[in-house]
Design a protein around this ligand. Sequence first.
Ligand code: C2E
Ligand code: CA
Ligand code: CA
Length: 814
Amino acid sequence: MANFADDPAGERDLLLEAQRIASMGSWMVEVGTGRAYLSDGLRVLCSIPRDITVSVEDLVALVHPDDMVAIGEFRDRLHSESVLVELDVHDQTGDRAFLVRARAELDESGGLRAVHGTVQDVTKIRALERQLSQDGRLFRETQRVARMGTWEWDTETDECLWSSMLYELAGIEPGTKITYQDYLRIVHPDDRAWVDQRWRELAATRVPVECEHRVVRPDGKRRVFRVRGEAADSERSAMIGTCQDVTEQRSTETRMQRSSKRFTDLVAITPVGIALFDDAERVVDANDALCSLLGMDLDKLRGMTADQITHPDDRANRRGRAGAAFHGGQRVLVTAAGKPVYCELNATVSVTDEGRRFWLVVFADVTDRRRHAERLRHQATHDELTGLPGRAAVKELLASLLGGRDYERIALLFCDVDNFKRVNDSLGHDVGDELITALARRLERGLPPSCTVARMSGDEYVVICADVDEAGGVEVLANQVASLLRTAVPVRGQLLRVSASIGAAVPSGPETTGADLLRYADAAMFTAKARGTGRVSLASDALIASANSQMLLEGQLREAIANDQLVLHYQPVVGPDGTVLSAEALVRWPHPERGLLMPGEFLPVAEQGDLQGDLDRWVLRTALTEAAEWPQLSGGVLGGGVAIAVNLAGLVPGDPEFVDTVAAVVAETGIAWDRVILELVETSLIDLPSRSREAMAELVERGVRFAVDDFGTGYSSLARLKELPAQIIKIDRRFVSGVATDASDFAVARALVDMARAMGRSCVAEGVENATQFHVLRGVGVDAYQGWLLSRPIPARDFREVLKLGPVHIPSGA
Ligand code: C2E
Ligand code: CA
Ligand code: CA
């Protein structure tokens, strides 16, 4: 621009001033020479002094290297067209930005003559633009993330301006012209009226509005919008606001509401009892399961205390335990009908919105589990053969029944099968077992549900009746049991006729224990048995009194044995010429209140109290000790040679300690082995296992003799005499008493003596009371004699005197 330099100074200054204000400069490049002419403004912008001439390349060198490609394109365009070309460049530091505008000046032939242009410092503008675009992007991002759009509503024209996010939320093509009515059209029909009203109020009052309404988008999708609006400050008619899609949040809330509803439903249908208790332990709410568990409806249950729904027995357990409310563990609840329900508890304490404490308690019914545990226990407490409760279970059941309120209704029956031993002995144990089982089933099936059948031992059953009134009274029940047990049982192809003796007892008062009841019934059973087979006997007051005195006696006997308070009397056994061959030790009990008690009075007590073994050991030791001290006559024969006979009932050859016990006592007392006679009844001598026979043989080897006591009273026939491992046969008093008067007794006595002699056994006649008996027996060849005719049983001291007197005087026959 040649005229540039020739411009009048005033105009030029003005132009420069304008360029300075606009941070602008102008330039011209002469293509032919490559010279560049810069305005002062541009020189200031580019810090080029006025006196320096610059070429176009000097100017290009000022530009940032990154912009070189753009510069190249810029130049190319200037060569080809004469339009205005624009280019953004940066200085060497990159900090400042310039907008370069240029236009080509062509010559007549269309060649490039010169280029005119301007340079403007756009650093600030570009920064501002960048900020704006960043803000816009951020704004859009924020809207997208928050699913929030913005809007503007001109209340006069009803025209709306929506942000692109709002278009997206509404499901409307961005840029579509929107009016307030268009907006109302997407509001859910049910919400439209009140939403419209709210916005009209905003327009009228300019009080900010916030609301949530449903939206049905043009594509049919349903959403929930949360919309806020307020008046824009600037114009009276403009309202602005935001709109957020809160569908997800709302549905989370509905989901929570739904799941809490589901929780309530679950509580309602759950098979476990659940209740809510307030701070005072009163039921506030309960589910169906708990209601049906307790057999009450909710109305009744509500307001009841934890204590009130607890079974009285369990209530007593908990009394006095501070804060015992709900401490987990077990609790026995009670149904409306009074039945116990065994529950396992789980409780949590919580606080209501108002700050009051409440308990959420879960009651799991463990009655079944308990039943199972009981079944296991059943196996431990029940008889293996019959599956009936055993002795331990009887004790337990009686204890629980007698501890309850209805003890007066309890009855106990003691049943003993008649002659069972004979069945067992003659037909074998297997048949016996079958019989026992068959009778057990008959009892179980035939008795009312209030009755429990148990097996005590061997052939003894016990029937425990919890409600004897229901069974028609104790006598009716006892007779019913007797008739159930009076039957013919098919065993091994044959019909076995059986019967049982029944003893019945009822508690005499609240202090009656299970053991008492068993004793009374047992005693009554013995009374029944004494009257014959298949009889029934009720424990009378007298029987109970005697049973009780027996009980007392048992304790005293135990003491007496332990404290050496028994005494022995001795009854001489003499040969045909009156020589004392041996003496039988017979026990007596000098009772402090009742005087001298005979064995018949206290041996049953010893048997009942399982004291027979102790008694025998005491007698054995005492008798052998005393016998060892008997005086030796001059010549040293008689006293020292007189044998001592001891009765054994508890200590028998079947006992594993039999030989050891006897041997120990013999050794201890120092008595000669051949002076010891052991008297046993035939039942404890038959069917002995070989081990016991060997044990006896061992003692016999050393000199001990065994005597069969009371021979003829047991079941053994004379033929079995051979099998009895005994050297002495004691003919029972029954045969002796009739021997002079009864032909058959005489025959038995004679046969016995003959057989005994044939088998190398000696015979002793018991209970010889008169001379006739003595002489008849001496006539058949009896070896020794015992009885009042010769001597009563006498105290140890007296017996020693008898020994000193020599042979006993035998009266001649009348
Ligand atoms: P037992 O073994 O048959 O003893 C003989 C019994 O007959 C004794 O009765 C005796 O006093 C009695 N007696 C003796 N001579 C006559 C007589 O001429 N006429 C009559 N009617 N009776 C006579 P006791 O002392 O009362 O003993 C009864 C039973 O008690 C004994 O019968 C025996 O089985 C048992 N006993 C006695 N002492 C003991 C003992 O120390 N241990 C054991 N286990 N049982 C004993
Ligand atoms: Ca005897
Ligand atoms: Ca006897």
